[in-house]
Ligand binder design. Structure first.
Ligand code: AMP
Length: 275
């Protein structure tokens, strides 16, 4: 496995590669991340995984400083999983100066919907870093988890609008055996919270069950999911939206997406399922 820590090293390692699959991450790798690697390998791409905790996607007061950084274990996991190249950029390689951090001329109404309502600046920061990472890696395919569904759709829209010749591959959410969506942030949960955490997924499933019994009112489906969520959660939202546009729906139909975000203690959890 190759490791690049500078842009020059990255360029050298990629110079003879014409079929590059890219898995951008913030590290603290778990099996969910590695399922993206597997999807990349299945399609026979040269698999590049990046590890970069991007400061511009964290709002003030969020967990940028305490976000888990586990480089040694991450590299071991990548090696075992057969990643071809790990890129661990330095902050100056991504943001050479203050302007490059501040200026990113792209807007989307989706920046302020769903999770965006509660995380101002987050999705703009995500697209900013993804754009810079893509410029350096120049992949043919980009592998993203459905776990971060709004992020997946925003990146899809961005790549389409910018006419970038990149295939976007959405990979289903990998879950712990009890149903909790795997996430680097799950390690913030204490034992009691961890015990309750899969409840977010089961609340979404209860909404979907109501739909499958014949209910087509989005309000009723959302209400069902909300009423099945344990009181211990501090709910931010549950929404039913079109899978591609993320616009709220008037009538529930198969394929639409039910998304939720809630705090459990100090940990913010997100999840989503298809109807
Ligand atoms: P992160 O390191 O949290 O920025 O995530 C990097 C990539 O891994 C993103 O495309 C995520 O959507 C994806 N990912 C995170 N958790 C999971 C999961 N449980 N299943 C599938 N993909 C995931």
């Amino acid at each position: 496995m190759q490791i690049a820590r500078t842009l020059l090293e990255l360029k050298l390692h990629l110079q003879n590669q014409s079929q590059i699959g890219f898995v951008p991450t913030m590290g603290a790798l778990h099996l969910g991340h590695l399922s993206l690697v597997q999807a990349c390998q299945k399609k026979k791409y040269f698999c590049v995984l990046s590890i970069f905790v991007n400061p511009t996607q964290f709002a003030a007061g969020e967990d940028f400083e305490k976000y888990p950084r586990t480089e040694k274990q991450d590299l071991e996991k990548c090696e075992k999983a057969g990643v071809d190249l790990v890129w661990i950029p330095t902050e100056p390689d991504i943001y050479p100066d203050e302007d490059s951090r501040k200026i990113f001329p792209y807007e989307s109404p989706l920046f302020n919907s769903l999770c965006g309502q509660f995380r101002p600046g987050h999705f703009k920061g995500v697209l900013q870093v993804v754009n810079l990472l893509l410029e350096s890696v120049k992949p043919q395919a980009l592998f993203l988890g459905e776990k971060d569904y709004q992020q997946l759709i925003l990146i899809k829209h961005f790549v389409q609008e910018k006419n970038m010749p990149i295939e976007i591959v959405g990979v289903p959410t990998l879950r712990d055996p009890d149903g909790l969506a795997m996430s680097s942030r799950n390690q913030y949960l204490n034992a009691e919270e961890r015990h309750l955490a899969a409840g977010l997924y089961f609340a979404l499933l209860s909404g979907r069950n109501l739909f499958r019994k014949g209910e087509s009112s989005p309000e009723q489906i959302i209400l069902e999911a909300e009423s099945n969520l344990d009181q211990a959660f501090d709910l931010q939202y549950i929404q039913l939206v079109e899978a591609d546009s993320l616009m709220p729906v008037k009538k529930a139909e198969p394929g639409q997406r039910l998304l939720a975000a809630a705090y459990l203690g100090k940990t913010r959890l997100i999840d989503n399922i298809a109807l």
